[in-house]
Design a protein around this ligand. Structure first.
Ligand SMILES: N[C@@H](CCC(=O)N[C@@H](CS)C(=O)NCC(=O)O)C(=O)O
Length: 220
């Protein structure tokens, strides 16, 4: 089988959702972690980055960019995109909600972590935890859409793991459906294996932030 390569950084960022989806679909992949500006420039010269941005996923002879397009490709390939157009649309809605939720955590280290986490708590947790808890309760299958795991669930567990990592497991105490979802998802065989693997990245370190700034010449 051809090698699947994810070109990103040695950190979570936008790459982490791609890693989660590859793992959930049982697709082995190699993490290519950018460290130097020249590596990024070479990708540009080779015409691999349509919008001059990473993540880039090389899979099935394709060079995919734009995180949402990447995870949807993986979801369709792995059967995690519902069983009808209607289900796929609902999965999209929930998945985009998980991205808005998760985006609070992306800024850690690029902005003052205390302020980022305060904002995540006051704006993010207060909005999204009740919504996802109610959605799970209403669907009643343990999953967000239909009766099987989908892209939406993988997006949600990625966000929830950051919630419990930064704010503690007790944060979910008032949300029984979310709490049960969290327990169920982390014990799914492929997700459990991924969480223990070195491909699961830790929180944003100073080194990760510095590398992103250097390679992409960021002014944030
Ligand atoms: N909409 C794009 C955004 C990708 C993006 O902003 N990537 C950053 C790294 S996390 C990047 O490559 N920035 C370089 C630039 O925009 O010049 C996606 O979802 O993939």
């Amino acid at each position: 089988m051809a090698t699947v390569r994810l070109i990103y950084f040695d950190g979570r960022g936008l790459g982490e959702g791609v890693r989660f989806m590859l793992a959930a679909c049982g697709i082995e992949f190699t993490d290519i972690m950018l460290e130097e500006r020249q590596e990024y420039e070479k990708l540009l010269e080779d015409g691999k980055l349509l919008f001059k941005q990473v993540p880039l996923l090389e899979i099935d002879g394709l060079e995919l960019v734009q995180t949402s397009a990447i995870v949807r490709y993986i979801a369709r390939k792995g059967g995690l995109y519902g069983h009808s157009n209607e289900e796929s649309a609902k999965i999209d809605m929930f998945y985009e909600g998980t991205r808005d939720f998760f985006s609070y955590f992306l800024k850690i280290g690029f902005q003052d972590p205390t302020e980022v986490l305060e904002r995540a708590k006051s704006k993010g947790l207060s909005r999204y935890l009740p919504i996802f808890d109610q959605a799970l309760k209403k669907n009643g299958t343990g999953f967000l859409v239909g009766s099987a795991m989908s892209l939406a669930d993988v997006g949600l567990i990625e966000a929830l793991l950051s919630v419990t990592e930064y704010f503690g497991e007790d944060t979910l105490s008032d949300y029984p459906s979310l709490k049960a979802f969290n327990t169920m998802m982390v014990s799914q065989e492929r997700i459990a294996a991924f969480l223990k693997s070195p491909q699961k990245k830790g929180g944003n370190t100073d080194a990760y932030v510095a590398t992103c700034r250097k390679v992409l010449e960021l002014d944030i």
